[in-house]
Write a protein that binds this ligand. Structure first.
Ligand SMILES: Cc1ncc(COP(=O)(O)O)c(C=O)c1O
Length: 483
């Protein structure tokens, strides 16, 4: 396709798309342990893809014009409500993803409180970054409370944080489970303290919401976290994670219609149609909704129970296998499908990630935070079960290779400069220099080095604000028009 303005044959377009996609991480095969969730069921993926395609042009902007979308949305919300022990009052919406669900939970909590001048929310410091995005977008202060030694929210400390400004606190949130460590917060205790103070309590079950109910049904010990817990006012659950739906679908539930009301937006203050939206988007493709509806129907309740059994067996086997390895350990026993690994002084975690990638396994580095060292994240999929032995072999070999390679050396002069830099004082030229020093120089297309460990080691030395600024500068340089 040399001339992008000349019409192309469908076959040539599809061939080019396949060529582009070949450079991406694999979506299937159970070896990509972040970003994607693989049921290992090709027939489910096929029907979901067909559903996305069939509804890609339909517009959820007006449910009376596309009643099919309203039907599918209400059915998905109903199924999710049933899964989460919801009383008959519960209502909800399908959103584009976990971040949008969290944004809307925060926005609704803020806008329901016209009496509040300086809105704030109280979060464990393990809450997903989507809450920080909500704080940034909506002018809600995020009051972070350190988690305990068990990586779970500390209810007494959260209560004290609410009590610093109870009349300005619009929301308290917890995770089921947290992304970084994979453990479920003490939802019942936190919801109770929120309810006692008349504050909403959101449970972010974006990544665990479609797993934990089945885990409980399979006899696993799952602490109470659903609408069965008094004081829980809203819950987010992503369909595009462990409901194994195509990307672009999450559910946000509120305990009552009154709690949802402020989420709605209407505007008749212009000469066109009265804009009436339940989510952040206005025009909303029907594709992801139909894809999620199709996946949920295709897998069914019994199917999810099987997939949950498989993924939890995979997690058990990974935890047991890691226990037999030197140099690496599980940070905290996982409550769901997410495993955080840490290395000891004998090897560098970022090098382990590179070595895993070289062996076809994609795990995610997590930089050090709040005085805790860097870790390695694994979002385990049902499709990973068939390959757990290979995963553990790859991990053993990767740890051994990282031990042989030794620590990642960051030039002490560079380390000193990075530790002292104030991102607010830096200009574009400084960022160009920093990106070059980090091995992330711009240029044509993606300029990622083969090995990311030196980049991560450098970022790990930087304060969070500098990490953010450097990575924003990187993204800015990646997103330039192709001409
Ligand atoms: C607990 C939790 N909340 C929110 C999100 C954000 O979801 P999304 O990436 O779909 O926007 C995630 C994503 O991993 C998550 O794990």
């Amino acid at each position: 396709m040399s001339d992008p303005t000349a019409p192309s044959e469908p076959a040539a377009i599809l061939a080019r798309l396949a060529e582009l996609q070949a450079g991406d991480l694999p979506v299937h095969g159970g070896r990509t342990l972040a970003y994607v969730y693989d049921s290992g069921l090709p027939e489910v993926d096929r029907v979901a893809r067909e559903a996305v395609a069939a509804f890609a042009g339909s517009n959820g902007l007006d449910p009376t014009a596309f009643p099919s979308l309203l039907t599918m949305e209400n059915e998905l919300v109903g199924l999710t409500a049933d899964l989460l022990d919801a009383p008959g009052t519960v209502v909800g919406s399908v959103t584009s993803g976990g971040t949008e669900s969290v944004l809307l939970a925060v926005q609704a909590a803020r806008d329901a409180r016209s009496d509040v001048v300086r809105p704030r929310m109280v979060l464990p410091d393990t809450a997903h970054a989507a809450f920080h995005k909500a704080a940034h977008y909506f002018g809600v202060e995020a009051r972070l409370v350190p988690v305990g030694d068990d990586y779970r929210a500390d209810p007494a400390a959260m209560a004290a944080a609410v009590d610093e400004a109870p009349d300005q606190t619009v929301l308290v949130a917890v995770s089921a489970p947290s992304y970084a460590h994979g453990v479920v917060d003490p939802v019942a205790e936190v919801a109770a303290l929120a309810a006692a103070r008349g504050v909403r309590c959101h449970v972010d079950a974006c990544i665990g919401g479609w797993v934990l109910p089945y885990a409980a049904r399979l006899g696993r010990a799952v602490p109470a976290w659903t609408f069965a817990v008094d004081g829980v006012t809203s819950i987010s659950v992503d369909l595009h994670k462990y409901a194994y739906a195509p990307k672009g679908a999450s559910v946000l539930l509120h305990r009552t219609p009154a709690l949802r009301r402020a989420q709605y937006f209407a505007s008749a203050a212009w000469p066109g149609y009265t804009m009436l939206n339940s989510t952040m988007q206005s025009t909303r493709s029907g594709g992801p909704l139909a894809g999620a509806w199709a996946a949920v129907r295709a897998i069914g309740d019994a199917g999810y129970e099987r997939l949950t059994r498989d993924v939890l067996h995979a997690v058990d086997a990974i935890v047991a296998g890691v226990g037999a390895l030197d140099g690496v350990h599980v940070v905290v026993a996982p409550d769901s499908t997410l495993v955080a690994l840490a290395t000891d002084a004998s090897c560098d975690p970022f090098t382990v990630c590179d070595e895993m990638a070289a062996r076809g396994w994609h795990v995610q580095p997590q930089l050090s935070h709040a005085g805790r060292p860097a870790t390695i994240h694994l979002s385990v999929s049902a499709a990973t079960l068939a390959h757990v032995d290979e995963l553990l072999e790859a991990l053993a070999a990767s740890v051994a290779a990282a031990q042989d390679a030794g620590p990642v050396a960051v030039d002490p002069g560079v380390a000193e400069v990075v530790a002292a830099l104030d991102p607010a004082a830096l200009g574009d030229d400084d960022f160009d220099g920093l990106l070059a020093a980090a091995g992330l120089a711009g240029g044509e297309g993606l300029a990622l080095p083969d090995r990311m460990a030196p980049v991560n080691a450098l970022l790990d030395l930087a304060a969070p604000e500098l990490r953010e600024a450097v990575l924003v500068a990187f993204l800015d340089r990646l997103q330039r028009p192709a001409r």
